[in-house]
Design a protein. Structure first.
Lengths: 679, 156
C-alpha cells in the first residue's frame, strides 16, 4: 500500500510540474486548446489519485480548482491577470497540500480557504453567465499576450579578435533566434579582393532585426562574452515604428533556420517558438527506473573500461606481428565500451527544467511576502546535468533566489525613483560551457553595497578595519560564515543560513561560485559545476612512488623550475618566483605524510594551482604523466575523510590512485608534518 | 561485554569462520563475511593510523584494509604466504581485514559463547563480544562493529 502511495506522490510531483508549465503558457497567452486541456488533466489526475487513497482535503481542493479550469477550457472564462494570479496561487496551494498530505503534516488552512474563496468567486461569475445565457467569451489569443513582442535592431560587427577567441557569430544568431523571429542581413561591403584577403581578419558585419518578448538586457546578454571584441549597437524600436512581421527584410542574405510553425498556430509574436517546441517534445515515452540500478550499471561499466584497458595491455605485451586482426577487434571493443559508458552517463543527465520551475514557485512566494513585483525569467531550461546535481542544487538555489528577491531587488518606489521599471526581474539561466555547467542567478536590483558589506564585516570582527580590499575581495566577504547585512532579520532570508552555506554546498558538488555586481544595475551569482559527479578530468602524477590524480580544474600550469627561481624562506618554507610573484611551494609528499619534508630541486615538477580562495600554490610532485578522465570512487562511504584527499579512482592496471584535494593539501602544509616511521 | 538479550533468546546454532591473528584464534559470524581474498598490495592512505594498511580495488569499489592484529592492539601481522583478506560487510560498509590465515568453518551454539573475561588490554576487550571454547582451544568472537568503527575503539 505504501509503495502505491509513493508512486502516487511521485506522479503528483510530475503532474504539478506539468501544471506549472501549462499555467505559464496559459498566462502568457502562448497556449492553445491542448495546453488548457493538459492543465485540466493534471489537476484531474491528482484529484483522481487522491480520491483512491481517501485524501479528502486534496480531493475537495482539486475539485474546485478543476471546475474553474473546466470553465476556462469551455471558454467561459478568459485568462486575465487576476485569473492568472488565482490560478498560480491555486497551483502553489495544491503543491503545498500534496506535500502536507505526503508528510502527514497539517496544511495551512487559512491560505487554502482564501484561495478557495478566490476560485469560488470565478465559479460564481461563470455560473451567472450561464444562468442568464450571456454570450460566452471566446478565448482570444492575440490581445492576451502578457509579454508583448518588442522590436530590436542589432548592428553587430566583429573585430579581428572575436574568432581568435573562439566565438562564433552563428551560435549567437541561433541564440537570438530562440528569443523570437529574427532576420539577418549580411554587410560584406568591407570584404576586399582575394589579393588583399587575410583569413585572420574580420570583414563581415550583420544587421539583425529581432522580434520577441525579451527585454533589452536579455538581448544584450547574448553578446556578453564578446564585449570589446566587436562593435555592437542594440536599438529598441518603439512599438509604433515596429514593422509588421511580414516586413522583415526579405533580402536577408543569411537567414538562420527559424523553427517552422504548424499551420493554424497563432502568429509568432504571441508564441515563443521554444516554449512550443518543448511542449511538443514533452510527450515522448519515458521509463521510471530505480536510481540504484543505474548506479550499479555505471559502476559495472567503469569496470568494463578498466578490464578493456587491461586486456589491451596484455595483448600489446604479446608483441603480435603487425596487422594482426586482433588489434582491430580490440579497437572496436574499446569504442563500444566507451559508447556504453557515455550512454549510461546520459541516463543520469536530466534537464534542469523541473528545478527551474520549482524556483518559479519560490519567486512567487518570495514576491508575495515582500510585496515586490517580480518578473522571473529562465533560460537554458533544456540544459542537462547529473540528477544528483539537480537534487543537491535545490536548496542553495532556493536560498539564492530568496536572497535576490529580498535583498537584491529594491522596493518598487525606489526602482521608479532610480528610473527603472517598477517590476524587478530575476533571471535564472543554465548552460554548458567548456565542459562545465554554468548556472546564473541575476537580479536587476541595486547591486551590492560594498561600503555596507565591508562595514558589516568589520563590525562583526570578520576582517580588520585597516585592511585594503579590492571590490571582488569585498564581494567574497558575503561567503564568510556568520555574515549577514540585513538590518532586520526578515522572514524570508534570515533563516540562520547564509551565503557560506550556499558556497559550501556548491563546493561539495565540486563546483565554485562567483559574484559580479554593478552598482544600480544588479548582481549576478554564477555557479560553475562539473558536468557529472562521476567523472573528473585529472592529471596523473607521481608522489613519493605513489600514483595520484590532481583535478585539472585547479591547475593553472606545470613548471620545471630553474634553481634560481626557488628561494628558501624560514626553516622549511620555500617560494617559487614566477613572473615577478612569489608563490609558496607545497611539498605534496610531506604534506600527505608520505616522506620527510625536503626542499624542491630542479628535478621535480611544480604544478601551479589556484585554490578556491584564489590563492596560488606551487605543488611539488615527482613526475607528471598524462591527462585523462577518471571515474571518481568515494572513500568516505567505506572509510572516512582523508586529509588532503577528495576521493580515489581505479587506473587502467586495476590499481587505486588517490585524487588530491589541492585546497586541503595546501592547508596541511603549514603545520609541522606528522611523520611516518622511515627505515 | 555481556551477551545481548537477542543472543540469549536465540539458542540457535551459529556458523563462524575461524582465523588466526598474531598467533591467537578469532572468529566471525559467517553471515557478515562476503568473501576471502588473497593478499595483494594496497594503496597507502595519507595520515592513516598504523592499523589502516590502505585501500584496495574490489571489483570497482574502493575498500579500506585494516590490519586486524594492530586493531586488536597486538603486534603487526606476521607477513606470510598464507595471509588473506577477509572482506566483510556491516551496515552497507564494506571493508577488508588482513589476517594471518583462515582455519575452518565451525558450528557453535549461542549458549556456548561466554562473556569476555576481565582483561587489561582495552583495545582487545572492546573488539571482542565473547569467547568460545572448542576442543580446548579458546576462540575469540570478534565484534565487527568495534573493528570497523575505529574512532570508538582507539586511542587505546
Amino acid at each position: 500500500m505504501s509503495s502505491l502511495q509513493d508512486t502516487f506522490f511521485e506522479e503528483c510531483e510530475e503532474l504539478l510540474l506539468a501544471l506549472d508549465e501549462g499555467l505559464g503558457q496559459v498566462v502568457s497567452g502562448a497556449h492553445d486548446k491542448e495546453t488548457v486541456n493538459a492543465v485540466f488533466r493534471a489537476v484531474h489526475s491528482i484529484k483522481g489519485g487522491a480520491g483512491a487513497f481517501g485524501f479528502d482535503d486534496l480531493v475537495s481542493f482539486a475539485h474546485i480548482f478543476e471546475t474553474v479550469l473546466d470553465e476556462l477550457r469551455a471558454d467561459r472564462l478568459s485568462p486575465d491577470a487576476d485569473l492568472a494570479r488565482v490560478l498560480y496561487a491555486a497551483s502553489d496551494r495544491l503543491a503545498a497540500l500534496v506535500e502536507a498530505t505526503r508528510d502527514g503534516t497539517a496544511a495551512d488552512a487559512a491560505a487554502r480557504d482564501s484561495v478557495l474563496a478566490d476560485l469560488n468567486g470565478y465559479l460564481g461569475n461563470a455560473g451567472q453567465e450561464e444562468a442568464f445565457n450571456f454570450p460566452t467569451l471566446t478565448l482570444d489569443l492575440e490581445p492576451l499576450a502578457a509579454a508583448p513582442a518588442e522590436w530590436y535592431e542589432i548592428v553587430f560587427r566583429p573585430h579581428d579578435g572575436l574568432s581568435a577567441n573562439g566565438h562564433e557569430p552563428a551560435l549567437m544568431f541561433a541564440e537570438l533566434a530562440e528569443m523570437g523571429e529574427i532576420g539577418v542581413v549580411l554587410d560584406d561591403s568591407a570584404l576586399p579582393d582575394w589579393d588583399g584577403f587575410d583569413p585572420e581578419k574580420s570583414y563581415l558585419g550583420w544587421t539583425i532585426s529581432l522580434c520577441g518578448p525579451q527585454t533589452e538586457p536579455a538581448v544584450a546578454a547574448v553578446f556578453d562574452f564578446v564585449e570589446g571584441l566587436c562593435d555592437l549597437e542594440i536599438r529598441h524600436i518603439p512599438a509604433e515604428d515596429a514593422p509588421t512581421p511580414d516586413s522583415v527584410p526579405d533580402l536577408a542574405v543569411e537567414v538562420l533556420p527559424v523553427e517552422t510553425r504548424p499551420p493554424g498556430a497563432p502568429p509568432p509574436a504571441d508564441l515563443p517558438d521554444k516554449a512550443r517546441a518543448e511542449h511538443q517534445g514533452g510527450a515522448r515515452p519515458t521509463l521510471r527506473v530505480d536510481l540504484e540500478r543505474v548506479d550499479r550499471l555505471i559502476n559495472t561499466v567503469g569496470e568494463l573500461i578498466i578490464n578493456q584497458a587491461m586486456i589491451s595491455q596484455r595483448i600489446h605485451a604479446l608483441d603480435l606481428p603487425a596487422g594482426n586482426p586482433l588489434e582491430n577487434e580490440l579497437e572496436d571493443y574499446k569504442l563500444l565500451a566507451r559508447d556504453i559508458q557515455e550512454g549510461i552517463m546520459a541516463i543520469r543527465a536530466q534537464p534542469v527544467k523541473p528545478l527551474f520551475q520549482r524556483m518559479a514557485r519560490i519567486v512567487r512566494e518570495a514576491s508575495a511576502s515582500t510585496g515586490k513585483d517580480v518578473e522571473f525569467v529562465t533560460t537554458g531550461e533544456a540544459t542537462e546535468i547529473d540528477k544528483t546535481l539537480i537534487e543537491r542544487l535545490a536548496d542553495p538555489l532556493t536560498h539564492m533566489i530568496r536572497n535576490a528577491v529580498d535583498h537584491g531587488l529594491e522596493p518598487s518606489d525606489a526602482r521608479t525613483a532610480a528610473g527603472k521599471s517598477a517590476q524587478g526581474r530575476i533571471t535564472l539561466s543554465a548552460c554548458h560551457r567548456s565542459g562545465s555547467v554554468f548556472i546564473e542567478v541575476s537580479d536587476d536590483g541595486a547591486g551590492l553595497n560594498r561600503e555596507k558589506i565591508l562595514g558589516a564585516a568589520v563590525r562583526k570582527g570578520l576582517v580588520s578595519e585597516s585592511a585594503d580590499f579590492s571590490e571582488s575581495e569585498i564581494d567574497a566577504l558575503l561567503f564568510l560564515p556568520g555574515f549577514s547585512t540585513a538590518a532586520e532579520v526578515s522572514n524570508l532570508s534570515g533563516r540562520g543560513v547564509g551565503m557560506d552555506v550556499v558556497k559550501r554546498a556548491v563546493q561539495d558538488l565540486g563546483g565554485r561560485i562567483t559574484i559580479s555586481s554593478v552598482r544600480g544595475r544588479g548582481t549576478t551569482f554564477t555557479i560553475v559545476l562539473p558536468l557529472t559527479l562521476a567523472v573528473l578530468d585529472g592529471m596523473v602524477i607521481s608522489v613519493a612512488g605513489q600514483t595520484m590524480v590532481m583535478p585539472i580544474t585547479a591547475i593553472l600550469e606545470t613548471i620545471r623550475p630553474e634553481v634560481q627561481d626557488l628561494h628558501s624562506l624560514g626553516a622549511e618554507g620555500q617560494l617559487l618566483s614566477i613572473r615577478g610573484q612569489y608563490v609558496p611551494v607545497v611539498d605534496v609528499a610531506s604534506s600527505l605524510g608520505l616522506t620527510r619534508p625536503d626542499r624542491v630541486n630542479e628535478e621535480g615538477v611544480l604544478i601551479l594551482v589556484e585554490t578556491q580562495t584564489q590563492e596560488r600554490r606551487a605543488f611539488a610532485v615527482d613526475m607528471v604523466h598524462d591527462q585523462r578522465q577518471v571515474v571518481i570512487k568515494s572513500l568516505e562511504g567505506n572509510y572516512g575523510v582523508v586529509p588532503g584527499i577528495s576521493a580515489a579512482t581505479i587506473l587502467g592496471d586495476g590499481k587505486i590512485a588517490l585524487i588530491l584535494d589541492p585546497d586541503s593539501t595546501a592547508q596541511l602544509s603549514p603545520r609541522p608534518t606528522p611523520m611516518k616511521e622511515e627505515a | 561485554m555481556s551477551m545481548t538479550a537477542e543472543d540469549t533468546a536465540l539458542q540457535k546454532d551459529l556458523e563462524v569462520v575461524t582465523f588466526s591473528v598474531a598467533g591467537q584464534s578469532y572468529c566471525l559470524d559467517i553471515q557478515s563475511i562476503r568473501e576471502i581474498r588473497r593478499w595483494s598490495p594496497v594503496t597507502a592512505l595519507p595520515h592513516a593510523p598504523a592499523d589502516v594498511l590502505g585501500v584496495m580495488n574490489l571489483r570497482g569499489s574502493v575498500i579500506p584494509i585494516y590490519d586486524l592484529a594492530a586493531r586488536f592492539g597486538l603486534d603487526n601481522i606476521r607477513q606470510s604466504e598464507r595471509n588473506v583478506i577477509i572482506v566483510v560487510a556491516l551496515e552497507g560498509n564494506i571493508v577488508g581485514l588482513l589476517v594471518e590465515a583462515v582455519s575452518e568453518v565451525l558450528s557453535v551454539s549461542r549458549a556456548d559463547i561466554q562473556p569476555t573475561p576481565d582483561i587489561r588490554s582495552e583495545a582487545t576487550r572492546r573488539c571482542i563480544t565473547g569467547v568460545i571454547s572448542v576442543n580446548g582451544d579458546m576462540i575469540r568472537m570478534a565484534d565487527l562493529k568495534a573493528v570497523i568503527h575505529p574512532q570508538k575503539v582507539t586511542p587505546a
